[in-house]
Design a protein around this ligand. Structure first.
Ligand code: ZN
Length: 412
Protein backbone atom coordinates (compact mmCIF):
# COMPACT_ATOMS: atom_id res chain seq x y z
CA UNK A 1 0.00 0.00 0.00
CA UNK A 2 1.17 3.48 -0.82
CA UNK A 3 2.04 5.79 2.08
CA UNK A 4 1.67 8.64 -0.42
CA UNK A 5 -1.81 10.11 -0.28
CA UNK A 6 -4.07 9.79 -3.30
CA UNK A 7 -7.37 11.47 -3.99
CA UNK A 8 -10.72 10.44 -5.41
CA UNK A 9 -12.98 13.20 -6.64
CA UNK A 10 -16.67 12.79 -7.38
CA UNK A 11 -19.70 14.91 -8.26
CA UNK A 12 -21.61 13.51 -5.26
CA UNK A 13 -20.41 11.78 -2.09
CA UNK A 14 -22.68 9.92 0.33
CA UNK A 15 -20.63 9.79 3.55
CA UNK A 16 -23.15 8.09 5.92
CA UNK A 17 -21.30 10.12 8.57
CA UNK A 18 -23.61 10.81 11.54
CA UNK A 19 -21.62 13.99 12.26
CA UNK A 20 -22.72 15.38 8.87
CA UNK A 21 -26.30 14.06 8.96
CA UNK A 22 -29.31 16.33 9.39
CA UNK A 23 -33.03 15.44 9.40
CA UNK A 24 -33.21 16.69 5.80
CA UNK A 25 -30.00 14.87 4.82
CA UNK A 26 -29.64 11.67 6.86
CA UNK A 27 -26.85 10.40 4.56
CA UNK A 28 -24.48 13.37 5.05
CA UNK A 29 -24.13 14.12 1.33
CA UNK A 30 -21.37 16.36 -0.09
CA UNK A 31 -21.62 17.66 -3.66
CA UNK A 32 -18.41 18.08 -5.67
CA UNK A 33 -16.33 16.20 -3.11
CA UNK A 34 -12.81 14.88 -2.62
CA UNK A 35 -11.59 11.96 -0.51
CA UNK A 36 -7.93 11.73 0.55
CA UNK A 37 -6.66 8.19 1.17
CA UNK A 38 -3.34 7.18 2.77
CA UNK A 39 -2.28 3.60 3.50
CA UNK A 40 -5.80 2.25 3.02
CA UNK A 41 -7.35 4.74 5.45
CA UNK A 42 -9.49 7.81 4.72
CA UNK A 43 -7.37 10.71 5.93
CA UNK A 44 -9.86 13.39 4.94
CA UNK A 45 -13.12 13.89 3.04
CA UNK A 46 -15.06 17.04 2.21
CA UNK A 47 -15.95 19.59 -0.45
CA UNK A 48 -13.30 19.59 -3.21
CA UNK A 49 -12.42 23.29 -2.84
CA UNK A 50 -11.82 22.86 0.88
CA UNK A 51 -9.74 19.70 0.37
CA UNK A 52 -7.59 21.36 -2.32
CA UNK A 53 -6.89 24.23 0.01
CA UNK A 54 -5.95 21.90 2.85
CA UNK A 55 -3.98 19.30 0.88
CA UNK A 56 -2.55 21.32 -2.01
CA UNK A 57 -2.41 19.40 -5.24
CA UNK A 58 -2.38 15.65 -4.52
CA UNK A 59 -0.41 14.09 -7.38
CA UNK A 60 -2.44 10.89 -7.74
CA UNK A 61 -6.04 11.57 -8.46
CA UNK A 62 -8.96 9.46 -9.73
CA UNK A 63 -12.14 11.07 -11.06
CA UNK A 64 -15.20 8.98 -10.20
CA UNK A 65 -17.89 9.34 -12.88
CA UNK A 66 -20.82 9.83 -10.50
CA UNK A 67 -21.91 8.94 -7.01
CA UNK A 68 -19.50 7.54 -4.38
CA UNK A 69 -20.75 5.71 -1.29
CA UNK A 70 -19.13 3.65 1.46
CA UNK A 71 -18.52 0.04 0.36
CA UNK A 72 -21.64 -2.05 0.94
CA UNK A 73 -21.71 -4.39 3.94
CA UNK A 74 -23.73 -7.61 3.60
CA UNK A 75 -24.44 -8.59 7.21
CA UNK A 76 -26.32 -11.87 6.63
CA UNK A 77 -25.27 -14.49 4.07
CA UNK A 78 -25.03 -18.26 3.86
CA UNK A 79 -22.46 -17.84 1.09
CA UNK A 80 -20.26 -20.96 1.63
CA UNK A 81 -22.69 -23.27 -0.13
CA UNK A 82 -22.24 -25.72 -2.97
CA UNK A 83 -24.81 -27.51 -5.12
CA UNK A 84 -28.00 -26.19 -6.66
CA UNK A 85 -31.59 -26.37 -5.47
CA UNK A 86 -33.31 -25.53 -8.74
CA UNK A 87 -35.60 -28.58 -8.55
CA UNK A 88 -36.87 -27.46 -5.16
CA UNK A 89 -37.49 -23.98 -6.54
CA UNK A 90 -39.55 -25.59 -9.26
CA UNK A 91 -41.50 -27.53 -6.61
CA UNK A 92 -42.20 -24.28 -4.82
CA UNK A 93 -43.43 -22.69 -8.04
CA UNK A 94 -45.79 -25.64 -8.35
CA UNK A 95 -47.21 -24.92 -4.91
CA UNK A 96 -44.92 -26.65 -2.35
CA UNK A 97 -44.18 -24.59 0.76
CA UNK A 98 -40.83 -24.14 2.55
CA UNK A 99 -41.61 -26.08 5.71
CA UNK A 100 -43.17 -28.99 3.71
CA UNK A 101 -40.17 -29.10 1.32
CA UNK A 102 -37.82 -29.23 4.31
CA UNK A 103 -39.82 -32.11 5.87
CA UNK A 104 -39.56 -34.04 2.57
CA UNK A 105 -35.74 -33.97 2.68
CA UNK A 106 -35.26 -30.88 0.54
CA UNK A 107 -34.21 -27.48 1.82
CA UNK A 108 -31.28 -27.24 4.20
CA UNK A 109 -30.73 -31.01 4.27
CA UNK A 110 -30.20 -31.19 0.49
CA UNK A 111 -27.45 -28.54 0.73
CA UNK A 112 -26.07 -30.44 3.74
CA UNK A 113 -25.51 -33.48 1.51
CA UNK A 114 -23.70 -31.39 -1.10
CA UNK A 115 -21.47 -29.76 1.55
CA UNK A 116 -20.63 -33.07 3.23
CA UNK A 117 -19.60 -34.55 -0.12
CA UNK A 118 -17.45 -31.55 -1.08
CA UNK A 119 -13.82 -30.94 -0.09
CA UNK A 120 -12.68 -27.77 1.69
CA UNK A 121 -11.04 -26.76 -1.62
CA UNK A 122 -14.29 -27.14 -3.56
CA UNK A 123 -16.23 -25.05 -1.03
CA UNK A 124 -13.43 -22.46 -0.93
CA UNK A 125 -13.44 -22.17 -4.71
CA UNK A 126 -17.25 -21.74 -4.89
CA UNK A 127 -17.15 -19.15 -2.09
CA UNK A 128 -14.23 -17.22 -3.59
CA UNK A 129 -16.05 -16.90 -6.92
CA UNK A 130 -19.16 -15.78 -5.11
CA UNK A 131 -17.19 -13.17 -3.13
CA UNK A 132 -15.74 -11.81 -6.39
CA UNK A 133 -19.23 -11.48 -7.86
CA UNK A 134 -20.36 -9.69 -4.68
CA UNK A 135 -17.42 -7.28 -4.95
CA UNK A 136 -18.49 -6.51 -8.51
CA UNK A 137 -21.86 -5.44 -7.09
CA UNK A 138 -20.24 -2.95 -4.69
CA UNK A 139 -19.89 -5.16 -1.60
CA UNK A 140 -16.68 -4.73 0.46
CA UNK A 141 -17.62 -6.69 3.61
CA UNK A 142 -19.51 -9.99 3.77
CA UNK A 143 -20.68 -11.94 6.78
CA UNK A 144 -20.49 -15.67 5.93
CA UNK A 145 -22.32 -18.30 7.96
CA UNK A 146 -21.68 -22.01 8.17
CA UNK A 147 -24.78 -24.09 8.89
CA UNK A 148 -24.90 -26.56 6.00
CA UNK A 149 -22.53 -29.21 7.35
CA UNK A 150 -24.64 -29.76 10.49
CA UNK A 151 -22.24 -32.38 11.86
CA UNK A 152 -18.91 -31.22 13.31
CA UNK A 153 -16.77 -32.25 10.31
CA UNK A 154 -19.11 -30.56 7.83
CA UNK A 155 -19.43 -27.32 9.81
CA UNK A 156 -15.67 -27.09 10.34
CA UNK A 157 -15.13 -27.67 6.62
CA UNK A 158 -17.32 -24.67 5.85
CA UNK A 159 -15.58 -22.52 8.47
CA UNK A 160 -12.17 -23.48 7.08
CA UNK A 161 -13.37 -22.60 3.58
CA UNK A 162 -14.48 -19.17 4.88
CA UNK A 163 -11.03 -18.61 6.36
CA UNK A 164 -9.30 -19.69 3.13
CA UNK A 165 -11.54 -17.63 0.83
CA UNK A 166 -10.96 -14.56 3.01
CA UNK A 167 -7.25 -14.76 2.11
CA UNK A 168 -7.86 -14.78 -1.65
CA UNK A 169 -6.84 -11.62 -3.51
CA UNK A 170 -9.39 -8.94 -4.42
CA UNK A 171 -12.14 -10.23 -2.16
CA UNK A 172 -14.33 -8.31 0.26
CA UNK A 173 -13.52 -8.40 3.99
CA UNK A 174 -15.08 -11.53 5.47
CA UNK A 175 -16.67 -11.98 8.91
CA UNK A 176 -17.19 -15.63 9.85
CA UNK A 177 -20.24 -16.87 11.77
CA UNK A 178 -20.72 -20.37 13.14
CA UNK A 179 -24.42 -21.02 12.55
CA UNK A 180 -24.47 -23.50 15.39
CA UNK A 181 -28.20 -24.29 15.30
CA UNK A 182 -29.64 -24.25 11.77
CA UNK A 183 -31.41 -27.59 11.25
CA UNK A 184 -31.26 -31.05 12.78
CA UNK A 185 -29.14 -33.46 10.70
CA UNK A 186 -31.29 -36.48 9.77
CA UNK A 187 -28.95 -38.99 11.45
CA UNK A 188 -29.73 -37.70 14.96
CA UNK A 189 -33.53 -38.03 14.74
CA UNK A 190 -36.25 -35.43 14.54
CA UNK A 191 -38.04 -35.07 17.87
CA UNK A 192 -37.62 -32.54 20.70
CA UNK A 193 -35.30 -34.86 22.63
CA UNK A 194 -33.01 -35.15 19.58
CA UNK A 195 -33.03 -31.38 19.23
CA UNK A 196 -32.12 -30.86 22.88
CA UNK A 197 -29.33 -33.47 22.68
CA UNK A 198 -27.94 -31.84 19.54
CA UNK A 199 -27.98 -28.40 21.22
CA UNK A 200 -26.19 -29.88 24.27
CA UNK A 201 -23.49 -31.39 22.06
CA UNK A 202 -22.95 -27.99 20.42
CA UNK A 203 -22.97 -26.10 23.74
CA UNK A 204 -20.70 -28.46 25.66
CA UNK A 205 -18.30 -29.64 22.96
CA UNK A 206 -18.29 -28.18 19.50
CA UNK A 207 -18.42 -24.50 20.47
CA UNK A 208 -15.22 -24.59 22.48
CA UNK A 209 -13.40 -26.30 19.61
CA UNK A 210 -14.54 -23.63 17.13
CA UNK A 211 -13.30 -21.04 19.65
CA UNK A 212 -9.95 -22.81 20.13
CA UNK A 213 -9.26 -22.81 16.40
CA UNK A 214 -10.41 -19.20 15.99
CA UNK A 215 -12.78 -20.23 13.20
CA UNK A 216 -15.59 -17.70 13.80
CA UNK A 217 -16.29 -14.30 15.31
CA UNK A 218 -20.05 -14.84 15.75
CA UNK A 219 -22.40 -17.64 16.74
CA UNK A 220 -25.92 -17.74 15.29
CA UNK A 221 -29.02 -19.84 16.02
CA UNK A 222 -32.24 -20.33 14.07
CA UNK A 223 -35.09 -19.86 16.52
CA UNK A 224 -38.54 -20.65 15.11
CA UNK A 225 -41.50 -23.00 15.42
CA UNK A 226 -40.00 -25.53 12.98
CA UNK A 227 -36.38 -24.88 14.00
CA UNK A 228 -34.89 -24.60 17.52
CA UNK A 229 -36.64 -23.61 20.74
CA UNK A 230 -35.77 -20.66 22.97
CA UNK A 231 -34.45 -23.07 25.61
CA UNK A 232 -32.13 -24.88 23.14
CA UNK A 233 -30.88 -21.62 21.65
CA UNK A 234 -30.32 -20.04 25.08
CA UNK A 235 -28.06 -22.91 26.22
CA UNK A 236 -25.93 -22.62 23.09
CA UNK A 237 -25.78 -18.82 22.96
CA UNK A 238 -25.03 -18.37 26.67
CA UNK A 239 -22.05 -20.71 26.29
CA UNK A 240 -20.99 -18.93 23.06
CA UNK A 241 -21.02 -15.61 24.90
CA UNK A 242 -18.87 -17.06 27.70
CA UNK A 243 -16.38 -18.16 25.05
CA UNK A 244 -16.19 -14.61 23.68
CA UNK A 245 -18.26 -14.95 20.50
CA UNK A 246 -20.60 -12.18 19.37
CA UNK A 247 -24.19 -13.33 18.94
CA UNK A 248 -26.76 -13.11 16.12
CA UNK A 249 -30.15 -14.84 15.80
CA UNK A 250 -32.52 -15.91 13.06
CA UNK A 251 -35.81 -14.94 14.72
CA UNK A 252 -39.49 -14.70 13.81
CA UNK A 253 -39.28 -15.85 10.19
CA UNK A 254 -42.41 -18.01 10.39
CA UNK A 255 -43.69 -17.48 13.95
CA UNK A 256 -42.89 -15.29 16.95
CA UNK A 257 -41.68 -17.63 19.68
CA UNK A 258 -39.72 -14.95 21.57
CA UNK A 259 -36.48 -14.77 19.57
CA UNK A 260 -36.35 -10.96 19.67
CA UNK A 261 -36.54 -10.99 23.49
CA UNK A 262 -33.84 -13.66 23.65
CA UNK A 263 -31.57 -11.58 21.40
CA UNK A 264 -32.08 -8.59 23.72
CA UNK A 265 -31.59 -10.63 26.90
CA UNK A 266 -28.25 -12.01 25.67
CA UNK A 267 -26.96 -8.77 24.12
CA UNK A 268 -26.90 -10.11 20.55
CA UNK A 269 -25.77 -7.60 17.92
CA UNK A 270 -28.64 -8.55 15.60
CA UNK A 271 -31.94 -10.40 15.28
CA UNK A 272 -32.62 -11.26 11.67
CA UNK A 273 -35.82 -11.84 9.56
CA UNK A 274 -38.49 -10.65 12.07
CA UNK A 275 -41.46 -11.01 9.74
CA UNK A 276 -43.23 -12.06 12.94
CA UNK A 277 -42.36 -10.00 16.01
CA UNK A 278 -44.36 -8.25 18.73
CA UNK A 279 -44.02 -4.65 19.88
CA UNK A 280 -42.70 -6.03 23.18
CA UNK A 281 -39.96 -7.89 21.29
CA UNK A 282 -39.05 -4.76 19.35
CA UNK A 283 -39.02 -2.64 22.52
CA UNK A 284 -36.61 -5.09 24.13
CA UNK A 285 -34.40 -4.97 21.03
CA UNK A 286 -34.37 -1.16 20.96
CA UNK A 287 -33.41 -0.99 24.65
CA UNK A 288 -30.56 -3.48 24.21
CA UNK A 289 -29.42 -1.89 20.90
CA UNK A 290 -30.05 -5.10 18.93
CA UNK A 291 -30.27 -4.27 15.23
CA UNK A 292 -33.00 -5.76 13.03
CA UNK A 293 -31.52 -7.36 9.92
CA UNK A 294 -34.21 -7.30 7.22
CA UNK A 295 -34.07 -9.91 4.43
CA UNK A 296 -36.52 -8.84 1.71
CA UNK A 297 -35.28 -11.32 -0.93
CA UNK A 298 -36.22 -14.30 1.27
CA UNK A 299 -39.63 -12.89 2.10
CA UNK A 300 -40.28 -12.24 -1.59
CA UNK A 301 -39.29 -15.83 -2.50
CA UNK A 302 -41.60 -17.13 0.23
CA UNK A 303 -44.38 -14.61 -0.61
CA UNK A 304 -44.43 -13.36 2.97
CA UNK A 305 -45.82 -10.10 4.27
CA UNK A 306 -43.12 -7.53 5.24
CA UNK A 307 -41.86 -7.22 8.82
CA UNK A 308 -43.40 -4.41 10.90
CA UNK A 309 -41.11 -1.64 9.66
CA UNK A 310 -43.31 1.18 10.94
CA UNK A 311 -43.23 -0.29 14.47
CA UNK A 312 -39.44 -0.65 14.23
CA UNK A 313 -39.17 3.06 13.38
CA UNK A 314 -41.61 4.10 16.10
CA UNK A 315 -39.85 2.02 18.76
CA UNK A 316 -36.35 3.06 17.68
CA UNK A 317 -35.00 -0.25 16.35
CA UNK A 318 -32.11 0.32 13.95
CA UNK A 319 -32.56 -1.46 10.63
CA UNK A 320 -30.03 -3.34 8.50
CA UNK A 321 -30.72 -4.74 5.01
CA UNK A 322 -28.92 -7.90 3.86
CA UNK A 323 -29.06 -10.36 0.96
CA UNK A 324 -29.49 -13.61 2.96
CA UNK A 325 -27.61 -15.16 -0.01
CA UNK A 326 -28.47 -18.89 0.18
CA UNK A 327 -29.37 -21.64 -2.28
CA UNK A 328 -33.01 -22.00 -1.17
CA UNK A 329 -34.85 -18.84 -0.22
CA UNK A 330 -32.47 -16.16 -1.56
CA UNK A 331 -30.65 -17.66 -4.55
CA UNK A 332 -28.74 -14.49 -5.37
CA UNK A 333 -25.60 -12.67 -4.29
CA UNK A 334 -27.00 -9.22 -4.84
CA UNK A 335 -27.18 -6.81 -1.93
CA UNK A 336 -28.31 -4.04 -4.34
CA UNK A 337 -31.31 -6.24 -5.22
CA UNK A 338 -32.10 -6.54 -1.49
CA UNK A 339 -31.94 -2.73 -1.24
CA UNK A 340 -34.31 -2.35 -4.19
CA UNK A 341 -36.81 -4.74 -2.59
CA UNK A 342 -36.44 -3.15 0.86
CA UNK A 343 -37.58 0.12 -0.68
CA UNK A 344 -40.22 -1.34 -3.02
CA UNK A 345 -41.72 -4.08 -0.80
CA UNK A 346 -40.92 -2.99 2.76
CA UNK A 347 -41.34 0.76 2.34
CA UNK A 348 -37.90 1.74 3.60
CA UNK A 349 -36.70 5.15 2.50
CA UNK A 350 -33.66 5.23 0.21
CA UNK A 351 -31.63 6.66 3.12
CA UNK A 352 -32.78 3.89 5.50
CA UNK A 353 -31.86 1.24 2.93
CA UNK A 354 -28.40 2.71 2.24
CA UNK A 355 -27.58 3.21 5.92
CA UNK A 356 -28.86 -0.35 6.47
CA UNK A 357 -26.26 -1.69 4.04
CA UNK A 358 -23.37 0.50 5.23
CA UNK A 359 -23.11 2.10 8.67
CA UNK A 360 -25.82 0.07 10.43
CA UNK A 361 -24.69 -3.21 8.84
CA UNK A 362 -21.11 -2.58 9.93
CA UNK A 363 -22.28 -1.81 13.49
CA UNK A 364 -24.26 -5.06 13.54
CA UNK A 365 -20.97 -6.87 12.81
CA UNK A 366 -19.07 -4.94 15.48
CA UNK A 367 -16.90 -3.22 12.84
CA UNK A 368 -16.01 0.25 14.13
CA UNK A 369 -13.95 1.50 11.17
CA UNK A 370 -16.25 0.48 8.30
CA UNK A 371 -19.47 1.78 6.72
CA UNK A 372 -18.79 5.53 6.87
CA UNK A 373 -16.53 7.77 4.76
CA UNK A 374 -14.69 10.11 7.10
CA UNK A 375 -11.27 10.61 8.65
CA UNK A 376 -9.87 7.44 10.23
CA UNK A 377 -12.18 4.93 8.54
CA UNK A 378 -11.08 2.11 6.22
CA UNK A 379 -11.04 3.37 2.61
CA UNK A 380 -13.84 1.00 1.50
CA UNK A 381 -15.88 2.73 -1.17
CA UNK A 382 -17.95 2.24 -4.30
CA UNK A 383 -17.87 4.55 -7.29
CA UNK A 384 -21.19 4.08 -9.07
CA UNK A 385 -21.92 4.77 -12.69
CA UNK A 386 -25.02 6.51 -11.38
CA UNK A 387 -25.79 10.15 -10.63
CA UNK A 388 -27.63 9.86 -7.31
CA UNK A 389 -28.15 7.49 -4.35
CA UNK A 390 -31.83 7.07 -5.27
CA UNK A 391 -30.64 5.42 -8.49
CA UNK A 392 -28.93 2.59 -6.58
CA UNK A 393 -32.31 1.01 -5.77
CA UNK A 394 -33.75 1.55 -9.24
CA UNK A 395 -31.81 -0.25 -12.02
CA UNK A 396 -32.56 -3.84 -10.97
CA UNK A 397 -30.59 -6.79 -12.18
CA UNK A 398 -27.36 -5.25 -13.46
CA UNK A 399 -24.25 -4.01 -11.70
CA UNK A 400 -23.83 -0.25 -12.00
CA UNK A 401 -20.45 -0.13 -10.36
CA UNK A 402 -17.56 1.84 -11.93
CA UNK A 403 -14.93 0.70 -9.38
CA UNK A 404 -14.77 -0.67 -5.85
CA UNK A 405 -12.01 -0.14 -3.29
CA UNK A 406 -11.35 -2.10 -0.13
CA UNK A 407 -8.81 -0.38 2.13
CA UNK A 408 -7.69 1.77 -0.78
CA UNK A 409 -7.13 -1.19 -3.13
CA UNK A 410 -9.29 -1.87 -6.18
CA UNK A 411 -11.21 -5.15 -5.80
CA UNK A 412 -13.58 -4.54 -8.73
ZN1 ZN B 1 -30.30 -16.80 7.12
Amino acid sequence: MSPIPFAITCPRLVTCDPARATPADPLGVIDDAMIIITDGIVTDAGPRAEMEQRWGSVAMRTEAPGLVTPGLVDAHTHAPWVGSRHLEYQARLEGGDYEAIAKAGGGIVSTMRAVREASVETITSALTKRLHRMAALGVTTVECKSGYGLDEAGENKQLEAIRAAAQAPRTPRVVATFLALHALPPEVGADDAARAAYADDVAHGRLSRVAQHGLARFVDAYVDRSAFSIADARRVLVRAKELGFGLRLHAGQFADIGGAQLAAELGALSADHLEHVSDAGLEAMAKANVRAVLLPIASMTLKQAPPPVEAMRRLGVRMVVASDANPGTAPTESLPLALALAVRNYGLTVAEAILGATREAAASLGLQAVGVIRHGMAADLVAWDLPHEAAIVQPWGTSRVAFVHREGQAIA
